[in-house]
Design a protein. Structure first.
Length: 389
């Protein structure tokens, strides 16, 4: 990238920048904190005291306000900025009131005038903002330069985002994790011709992919024919609720697909995605091959979620107690969850709004359950239904 460029996610947190951006932004991009909430582009611009940033602070704040205003209220922007001097926050508030949001579009332009860090010379620039699912790429180009080559580059969206993600800074972030595995996949594979098995798996991925996109899920690395998706904080909705509702809609997708294959194959097999849900704060990074970039999370959150998916059967959705606890009270009332417990006469009784340790739900000494020993003490519950709002 021959021009200053940086990328922010949809909470206006910096996830990538090049060396030329570091020169223009100066102290704002000199050191980026590992925690996402400390990477707010507004925080970085307001806290920097170097000449380069101070000279262009208002112009850069206006640019980022214009990019964020359509989806972020002023309160959402200022929330991660504490404690910053009142005078600086007042500048941000004034600029927020004066700046109009940029119209939506794959690539939008924002004219601006930037000053040299040392000296009085100013130059007209155009900021090009390209919107991707992963965030917004901002490129600052002098107005006198020919933009055709840049626009041609931005039109190759897959190549651009793959290159950017490969250089994404590792981030310590809050997230929800969903792991889903196809039950009895080995048995189903053995019963179907190879071309039909791959057709089935592709249908599952196609149907599930639309649901994950709807709820801002990000595909992660997984071994086998299962799936891992991450849900990150969003400015206008709960990432935890997104994961819950996504899991519920996946069951609907699988029920329709299962019925279609029963009619097609005249068999009694049911297709189930066994799902685990968990939340935590973990390091997010990327693994890169020659052709792909995959998000990966390091830490116990993903490991426990995978084990919870192993524990689930017959399309059940299991979640940790911590996960349920992060759901806002108003949304939690829409979710029916609990534990099936034996009654006095041996019948199963569903006790709502309760949890149990995994060790109290299965015999961990049996072969199939031995791998669940890692989560023996984990407090979990089964989500049986979600009422749409």
């Amino acid at each position: 990238m021959p021009h200053p460029a940086y990328m922010v996610n949809y909470k206006s947190e910096v996830v990538w920048f090049n060396d030329l951006a570091r020169q223009v932004m100066g102290g704002a991009f000199s050191q980026i904190a590992p925690r996402t909430e400390e990477r707010s582009v507004f925080r970085l611009l307001l806290l920097a005291e170097d000449a380069a940033t101070v000279a262009n602070r208002d112009a850069l704040l206006r640019l980022n306000i214009a990019l964020a205003k359509e989806r972020m209220e002023l309160a959402a922007i200022t929330q991660p900025l504490q404690p910053i001097a009142t005078a600086k926050l007042q500048v941000l508030e004034r600029l927020y009131g004066e700046t109009a949001p940029l119209a939506a579009g794959p690539i939008v332009e924002f004219p601006m005038r930037l000053k040299e860090a040392r000296g009085s010379r100013s130059e007209d620039y155009c900021a090009y903002a390209a919107h991707f699912r992963e965030g917004i790429l901002v490129i600052l180009m002098p107005l006198k330069d020919d933009a055709n080559a840049l626009l041609q580059l931005l039109s190759r969206r897959d190549m651009v985002i793959r290159n950017l993600l490969s250089k994404r800074l590792p981030t310590l972030t809050e997230l929800a994790v969903l792991v889903a595995d196809l039950q009895d996949s080995v048995k189903i594979c053995s019963e179907l011709p190879p071309e039909e098995y791959f057709e089935l798996i592709n249908q599952i991925w196609s149907g599930a992919g639309a649901v994950f996109r709807k709820y801002y899920g990000t595909h992660g690395k997984h071994v086998g024919d299962g799936m891992v998706y991450y849900f990150f904080p969003q400015p206008d909705c709960s990432y935890i609720v997104n994961a819950v509702v996504c899991a519920q809609e996946l069951r609907t997708v699988m029920a329709k697909l299962s019925k279609a294959w029963q009619l097609r194959k005249k068999w009694t097999n049911e297709l189930y995605l066994n799902t685990g849900l968990n939340e935590g704060q973990e390091w997010l990074g990327t693994f890169q091959t020659a052709t792909t970039v995959e998000f990966a999370v390091l830490g116990e959150t993903i490991n426990h979620t995978a084990r919870l998916s192993d524990f689930a059967r017959y399309g059940a959705v299991w979640a940790t107690k911590n996960f349920i606890g992060k759901i806002p009270a108003g949304d939690r009332s829409r979710i029916r969850f609990g534990i099936h417990r034996p009654g006095q006469e041996g019948q199963s009784i569903f006790v709502e709004s309760t949890y149990s340790r995994v060790a109290n739900l299965v015999d961990l000494s049996t072969g199939r359950h031995e791998k669940l020993k890692d989560i023996a003490g984990l407090s979990v519950t089964e989500i049986v239904d979600v009422t749409t709002s």
